[in-house]
Design a binder for this molecule. Structure first.
Ligand code: HEC
Ligand code: HEC
Length: 231
Protein backbone atom coordinates (compact mmCIF):
# COMPACT_ATOMS: atom_id res chain seq x y z
CA UNK A 1 0.00 0.00 0.00
CA UNK A 2 1.40 3.39 -0.96
CA UNK A 3 1.26 5.84 2.01
CA UNK A 4 0.24 8.74 -0.24
CA UNK A 5 -2.99 6.93 -1.12
CA UNK A 6 -3.84 6.38 2.57
CA UNK A 7 -3.37 10.03 3.39
CA UNK A 8 -5.45 11.07 0.42
CA UNK A 9 -8.20 8.63 1.33
CA UNK A 10 -8.33 9.55 5.02
CA UNK A 11 -8.28 13.27 4.26
CA UNK A 12 -11.14 12.72 1.90
CA UNK A 13 -13.03 10.77 4.58
CA UNK A 14 -12.38 13.36 7.25
CA UNK A 15 -13.49 16.24 5.08
CA UNK A 16 -16.60 14.60 3.78
CA UNK A 17 -18.84 13.24 6.50
CA UNK A 18 -21.03 11.67 3.87
CA UNK A 19 -18.17 9.48 2.78
CA UNK A 20 -18.13 7.77 6.23
CA UNK A 21 -20.87 5.50 5.05
CA UNK A 22 -18.53 3.85 2.55
CA UNK A 23 -14.99 3.79 4.01
CA UNK A 24 -14.37 0.27 2.76
CA UNK A 25 -15.17 1.24 -0.79
CA UNK A 26 -12.75 4.19 -0.58
CA UNK A 27 -9.96 1.94 0.78
CA UNK A 28 -10.67 -0.71 -1.79
CA UNK A 29 -10.17 1.78 -4.55
CA UNK A 30 -6.73 2.69 -3.18
CA UNK A 31 -5.52 -0.81 -2.29
CA UNK A 32 -7.83 -3.61 -3.38
CA UNK A 33 -5.94 -6.55 -1.82
CA UNK A 34 -4.86 -5.02 1.50
CA UNK A 35 -8.07 -3.93 3.22
CA UNK A 36 -10.40 -6.79 4.19
CA UNK A 37 -13.65 -5.56 5.71
CA UNK A 38 -13.38 -7.77 8.85
CA UNK A 39 -13.31 -6.05 12.28
CA UNK A 40 -9.89 -6.18 13.98
CA UNK A 41 -9.48 -9.30 16.19
CA UNK A 42 -9.71 -8.71 19.97
CA UNK A 43 -6.19 -8.50 21.44
CA UNK A 44 -4.99 -11.74 23.03
CA UNK A 45 -4.58 -12.09 26.80
CA UNK A 46 -0.83 -12.14 26.26
CA UNK A 47 -0.88 -8.87 24.31
CA UNK A 48 -3.14 -7.25 26.89
CA UNK A 49 -0.92 -8.37 29.75
CA UNK A 50 2.04 -6.77 27.95
CA UNK A 51 0.24 -3.54 27.03
CA UNK A 52 -1.57 -2.83 30.32
CA UNK A 53 1.76 -2.43 32.18
CA UNK A 54 1.32 -5.68 34.12
CA UNK A 55 4.68 -6.97 32.82
CA UNK A 56 6.53 -4.13 34.55
CA UNK A 57 5.85 -5.78 37.89
CA UNK A 58 4.95 -9.37 36.99
CA UNK A 59 7.35 -10.11 34.10
CA UNK A 60 6.45 -11.23 30.58
CA UNK A 61 5.06 -14.59 31.66
CA UNK A 62 3.79 -13.60 35.08
CA UNK A 63 6.80 -15.09 36.81
CA UNK A 64 9.27 -12.30 37.60
CA UNK A 65 11.69 -13.39 40.31
CA UNK A 66 10.87 -10.59 42.77
CA UNK A 67 10.12 -12.54 45.89
CA UNK A 68 7.22 -10.58 47.30
CA UNK A 69 5.40 -10.58 43.92
CA UNK A 70 3.20 -13.61 43.26
CA UNK A 71 3.78 -16.17 40.50
CA UNK A 72 0.72 -15.85 38.26
CA UNK A 73 1.77 -18.43 35.62
CA UNK A 74 -0.27 -21.61 35.88
CA UNK A 75 -2.59 -20.25 38.60
CA UNK A 76 -6.33 -21.05 38.54
CA UNK A 77 -7.97 -18.71 35.99
CA UNK A 78 -11.12 -18.01 38.02
CA UNK A 79 -9.06 -17.20 41.09
CA UNK A 80 -6.85 -14.82 39.08
CA UNK A 81 -9.87 -12.99 37.71
CA UNK A 82 -11.50 -12.68 41.14
CA UNK A 83 -8.30 -11.22 42.56
CA UNK A 84 -7.93 -8.70 39.72
CA UNK A 85 -11.47 -7.53 40.39
CA UNK A 86 -10.96 -7.45 44.16
CA UNK A 87 -7.76 -5.42 43.84
CA UNK A 88 -9.42 -3.05 41.37
CA UNK A 89 -12.49 -2.41 43.55
CA UNK A 90 -10.37 -2.05 46.68
CA UNK A 91 -11.83 -5.03 48.55
CA UNK A 92 -8.42 -6.74 48.58
CA UNK A 93 -5.81 -4.62 50.32
CA UNK A 94 -2.31 -5.38 51.57
CA UNK A 95 0.36 -4.19 53.97
CA UNK A 96 2.94 -1.60 52.98
CA UNK A 97 5.95 -2.00 50.72
CA UNK A 98 9.42 -0.70 51.63
CA UNK A 99 8.45 2.79 50.44
CA UNK A 100 5.37 2.88 52.63
CA UNK A 101 2.68 2.26 49.98
CA UNK A 102 0.23 -0.68 50.09
CA UNK A 103 1.67 -3.37 47.76
CA UNK A 104 -1.67 -3.64 45.96
CA UNK A 105 -1.78 0.09 45.18
CA UNK A 106 0.28 0.10 41.94
CA UNK A 107 -1.96 -2.62 40.61
CA UNK A 108 -5.16 -0.93 41.66
CA UNK A 109 -4.16 2.08 39.57
CA UNK A 110 -3.54 0.11 36.37
CA UNK A 111 -6.33 -2.46 36.71
CA UNK A 112 -8.84 0.16 35.62
CA UNK A 113 -7.18 0.20 32.19
CA UNK A 114 -8.61 -3.26 31.56
CA UNK A 115 -12.28 -4.02 30.89
CA UNK A 116 -14.04 -7.07 32.35
CA UNK A 117 -13.46 -9.01 29.11
CA UNK A 118 -9.82 -7.98 29.00
CA UNK A 119 -9.27 -9.10 32.60
CA UNK A 120 -10.82 -12.48 31.78
CA UNK A 121 -8.59 -12.83 28.69
CA UNK A 122 -5.50 -12.08 30.78
CA UNK A 123 -6.56 -14.57 33.48
CA UNK A 124 -6.98 -17.30 30.84
CA UNK A 125 -3.64 -16.47 29.27
CA UNK A 126 -1.79 -16.51 32.61
CA UNK A 127 -3.39 -19.70 33.78
CA UNK A 128 -2.21 -21.46 30.60
CA UNK A 129 1.43 -20.33 30.88
CA UNK A 130 3.63 -23.19 32.14
CA UNK A 131 4.71 -22.37 35.70
CA UNK A 132 8.41 -21.66 36.21
CA UNK A 133 10.63 -23.96 38.25
CA UNK A 134 10.43 -23.12 41.97
CA UNK A 135 12.83 -20.38 43.08
CA UNK A 136 15.55 -22.28 45.01
CA UNK A 137 15.90 -21.48 48.70
CA UNK A 138 19.24 -20.28 50.03
CA UNK A 139 20.22 -22.19 52.08
CA UNK A 140 18.23 -25.11 50.62
CA UNK A 141 15.67 -26.84 52.82
CA UNK A 142 16.87 -30.14 54.35
CA UNK A 143 14.70 -33.25 54.51
CA UNK A 144 13.74 -32.76 58.14
CA UNK A 145 12.46 -29.25 57.45
CA UNK A 146 10.60 -30.40 54.37
CA UNK A 147 8.88 -33.15 56.39
CA UNK A 148 8.01 -30.66 59.12
CA UNK A 149 6.55 -28.28 56.52
CA UNK A 150 4.45 -31.03 55.04
CA UNK A 151 3.18 -32.00 58.47
CA UNK A 152 2.27 -28.42 59.36
CA UNK A 153 0.39 -28.10 56.06
CA UNK A 154 -1.53 -31.34 56.62
CA UNK A 155 -2.28 -30.78 60.31
CA UNK A 156 -3.25 -27.20 59.57
CA UNK A 157 -6.17 -28.46 57.47
CA UNK A 158 -4.95 -26.52 54.42
CA UNK A 159 -5.26 -29.57 52.20
CA UNK A 160 -9.08 -29.44 52.31
CA UNK A 161 -9.21 -26.31 50.17
CA UNK A 162 -5.77 -26.02 48.58
CA UNK A 163 -5.28 -29.71 47.73
CA UNK A 164 -2.51 -32.24 48.27
CA UNK A 165 0.84 -30.39 48.23
CA UNK A 166 -1.02 -27.18 47.33
CA UNK A 167 -1.29 -28.44 43.76
CA UNK A 168 -4.99 -29.21 43.34
CA UNK A 169 -7.15 -26.55 44.96
CA UNK A 170 -10.94 -26.40 44.79
CA UNK A 171 -12.14 -24.60 41.68
CA UNK A 172 -11.56 -20.83 41.91
CA UNK A 173 -9.26 -21.31 44.95
CA UNK A 174 -5.55 -20.55 44.69
CA UNK A 175 -2.82 -23.04 43.92
CA UNK A 176 -0.07 -22.64 46.52
CA UNK A 177 2.56 -25.02 45.10
CA UNK A 178 5.51 -23.23 43.52
CA UNK A 179 4.39 -19.85 44.85
CA UNK A 180 7.22 -17.62 46.04
CA UNK A 181 8.19 -18.10 49.67
CA UNK A 182 8.19 -14.46 50.69
CA UNK A 183 4.84 -13.83 49.01
CA UNK A 184 3.35 -16.88 50.78
CA UNK A 185 4.64 -15.67 54.14
CA UNK A 186 3.20 -12.22 53.65
CA UNK A 187 -0.20 -13.54 52.57
CA UNK A 188 -0.51 -16.02 55.44
CA UNK A 189 0.44 -13.32 57.91
CA UNK A 190 -1.87 -10.67 56.47
CA UNK A 191 -4.80 -13.07 56.09
CA UNK A 192 -4.34 -14.19 59.70
CA UNK A 193 -4.12 -10.59 60.95
CA UNK A 194 -7.15 -9.46 58.94
CA UNK A 195 -5.15 -7.06 56.74
CA UNK A 196 -6.08 -8.94 53.56
CA UNK A 197 -9.82 -9.30 53.40
CA UNK A 198 -12.16 -11.09 51.03
CA UNK A 199 -15.58 -12.69 51.12
CA UNK A 200 -14.19 -16.16 50.52
CA UNK A 201 -11.50 -15.76 53.16
CA UNK A 202 -14.01 -16.19 56.00
CA UNK A 203 -13.72 -19.96 55.48
CA UNK A 204 -9.96 -19.89 55.89
CA UNK A 205 -9.90 -17.72 59.01
CA UNK A 206 -10.29 -20.49 61.64
CA UNK A 207 -7.25 -22.21 60.08
CA UNK A 208 -5.26 -19.01 59.58
CA UNK A 209 -5.69 -17.97 63.22
CA UNK A 210 -3.74 -21.05 64.33
CA UNK A 211 -0.66 -20.08 62.31
CA UNK A 212 2.28 -18.75 64.35
CA UNK A 213 5.49 -17.37 62.82
CA UNK A 214 7.28 -20.74 62.94
CA UNK A 215 4.44 -22.55 61.14
CA UNK A 216 4.10 -19.80 58.54
CA UNK A 217 7.79 -20.02 57.79
CA UNK A 218 7.78 -23.84 57.58
CA UNK A 219 4.72 -24.00 55.34
CA UNK A 220 6.05 -21.24 53.05
CA UNK A 221 9.41 -23.02 52.62
CA UNK A 222 7.67 -26.32 51.95
CA UNK A 223 5.10 -25.06 49.41
CA UNK A 224 7.55 -22.80 47.57
CA UNK A 225 9.66 -25.81 46.54
CA UNK A 226 6.84 -27.91 45.02
CA UNK A 227 6.53 -27.80 41.25
CA UNK A 228 3.09 -26.99 39.82
CA UNK A 229 1.55 -29.83 37.84
CA UNK A 230 1.63 -29.40 34.06
CA UNK A 231 -1.80 -28.48 32.62
C1 HEC B 1 3.11 -1.75 40.34
C2 HEC B 1 3.30 -3.19 40.28
C3 HEC B 1 2.19 -4.01 39.72
C4 HEC B 1 1.54 -3.87 38.51
C5 HEC B 1 1.75 -2.78 37.46
C6 HEC B 1 0.60 -4.96 38.42
N1 HEC B 1 0.68 -5.75 39.54
FE1 HEC B 1 -0.44 -7.40 39.93
N2 HEC B 1 0.34 -7.51 41.81
C7 HEC B 1 1.36 -6.71 42.29
C8 HEC B 1 1.64 -7.06 43.67
C9 HEC B 1 2.71 -6.43 44.54
C10 HEC B 1 0.73 -8.10 44.01
C11 HEC B 1 0.60 -8.80 45.37
C12 HEC B 1 -0.16 -7.90 46.30
C13 HEC B 1 -0.11 -8.41 47.72
O1 HEC B 1 0.99 -8.68 48.21
O2 HEC B 1 -1.16 -8.52 48.37
C14 HEC B 1 -0.05 -8.37 42.81
C15 HEC B 1 -1.04 -9.35 42.72
C16 HEC B 1 -1.69 -9.71 41.55
C17 HEC B 1 -2.66 -10.78 41.44
C18 HEC B 1 -3.13 -11.70 42.57
C19 HEC B 1 -2.27 -12.94 42.63
C20 HEC B 1 -2.61 -13.89 43.74
O3 HEC B 1 -1.99 -14.99 43.79
O4 HEC B 1 -3.48 -13.61 44.55
C21 HEC B 1 -3.06 -10.81 40.13
C22 HEC B 1 -4.06 -11.76 39.52
C23 HEC B 1 -2.36 -9.74 39.42
N3 HEC B 1 -1.52 -9.09 40.31
C24 HEC B 1 -2.51 -9.44 38.07
C25 HEC B 1 -2.05 -8.25 37.48
C26 HEC B 1 -2.44 -7.77 36.16
C27 HEC B 1 -3.34 -8.52 35.21
C28 HEC B 1 -1.83 -6.55 35.96
C29 HEC B 1 -1.97 -5.60 34.78
C30 HEC B 1 -3.31 -5.10 34.52
C31 HEC B 1 -1.05 -6.28 37.17
N4 HEC B 1 -1.22 -7.32 38.07
C32 HEC B 1 -0.26 -5.16 37.35
C33 HEC B 1 2.03 -5.72 41.59
C34 HEC B 1 1.64 -5.21 40.36
C1 HEC C 1 -11.89 -23.55 53.95
C2 HEC C 1 -11.01 -23.36 52.83
C3 HEC C 1 -9.58 -22.96 53.14
C4 HEC C 1 -8.69 -23.55 54.03
C5 HEC C 1 -8.93 -24.72 54.95
C6 HEC C 1 -7.44 -22.84 53.87
N1 HEC C 1 -7.56 -21.87 52.92
FE1 HEC C 1 -6.07 -20.65 52.24
N2 HEC C 1 -7.38 -19.70 51.03
C7 HEC C 1 -8.70 -20.02 50.88
C8 HEC C 1 -9.31 -19.09 49.94
C9 HEC C 1 -10.77 -19.12 49.48
C10 HEC C 1 -8.30 -18.20 49.53
C11 HEC C 1 -8.43 -17.05 48.54
C12 HEC C 1 -9.06 -15.91 49.24
C13 HEC C 1 -9.60 -14.84 48.36
O1 HEC C 1 -10.40 -15.17 47.46
O2 HEC C 1 -9.23 -13.71 48.57
C14 HEC C 1 -7.10 -18.61 50.24
C15 HEC C 1 -5.87 -17.97 50.10
C16 HEC C 1 -4.69 -18.43 50.64
C17 HEC C 1 -3.39 -17.87 50.38
C18 HEC C 1 -3.07 -16.71 49.44
C19 HEC C 1 -2.81 -17.24 48.03
C20 HEC C 1 -2.44 -16.19 47.02
O3 HEC C 1 -2.09 -16.56 45.89
O4 HEC C 1 -2.47 -15.02 47.34
C21 HEC C 1 -2.48 -18.59 51.11
C22 HEC C 1 -0.98 -18.40 51.15
C23 HEC C 1 -3.23 -19.60 51.84
N3 HEC C 1 -4.57 -19.49 51.54
C24 HEC C 1 -2.65 -20.54 52.70
C25 HEC C 1 -3.39 -21.44 53.46
C26 HEC C 1 -2.79 -22.30 54.47
C27 HEC C 1 -1.32 -22.38 54.77
C28 HEC C 1 -3.83 -23.00 55.03
C29 HEC C 1 -3.75 -23.98 56.18
C30 HEC C 1 -3.22 -23.46 57.41
C31 HEC C 1 -5.05 -22.59 54.36
N4 HEC C 1 -4.75 -21.64 53.43
C32 HEC C 1 -6.30 -23.12 54.62
C33 HEC C 1 -9.37 -21.07 51.49
C34 HEC C 1 -8.83 -21.90 52.45
Amino acid sequence: MKPIHCIAASTFLALSSLALSSPVAAQDAAAPAAAPAAAPAAPSGKALFASKTCVACHGVNGAKPRLVYPVLAGQDAKYLLEQMNAIADGSRVSGLDERGYPRTEGMKDVMHLASAEERAAMADFLSGVPAPKPVALDPPMDEARQAAGKEAYLKGGCVTCHGVEGRKPLSAYPLLAGQKRDYLKLQMTEIRDGVRKGAKLAAMMPFARKLDEAKISLIADYLSQIERLPK
